[in-house]
Design a protein around this ligand. Sequence first.
Ligand code: ZN
Length: 241
Amino acid sequence: MKDFIKSLLAMLLLLLSCVVFALGYSTPRLQESGLLDYWRYGRNHQTANLPQAISLPGCPNAPFVLPTNGWIGVLYGDSILGTFNHSGLDIFGDKGNGVTPVYAVADGYVTRYPYWVSAVIIRHPRDPLKPERQIWTYYAHMADVEGHSFIVDQIPAGTVELKIKQGTLLGYQGDYNAHTWREVSTHLHFSIVLDNGEGLFMNEMERVNTLDPSPYFGMRLNSRCADRPPACTQTVSCAGN
Ligand SMILES: [Zn+2]
């Protein structure tokens, strides 16, 4: 019995030190990454209390308009669970699910695969910053956790290459998590995705397949040199920082 209590105590001590280590190790990384935004602001829809330096349409002279309003909390290259691989921007509206509109950032052709509950992708035949190439913009989390979609009726599942204008309403922010364990709060995930050279978009989950959104929005949004909160600037590149 004594041995049992001893080993129980040893296990408790081990557990406690693990917790202390994990907290000490993860807190600065979380703060740095913006992941805390998911807890603090998004969960309770308290983004209204945060500075929102930029609202639609975005920065003057930027080629893209902002896709939605809210706290631009998780930036390009930020860490999600230690990966430093965030492929786009997470923008948190303050009004909960199905309320904050999401717009096309530029003219293009929108596609929504038959099984896409919360996402659409737009093909832009000419990258405004490099017109010889085609790029794509991807918009996700436009549904609730049960899978009730907030994408507008004009873009039903199965839509292929519907021509749209910059500023076209696509849907509304939601908290869809693809039925995984990972809880997210109401926001839009937005990314700029490279073309594979054969007219198809690449896997946007990998950051190497995406572009730094900074020059497209006229803000420093790359975690290497980002402004937090983001602000309109002439110098969007990380070089020299
Ligand atoms: Zn995201």
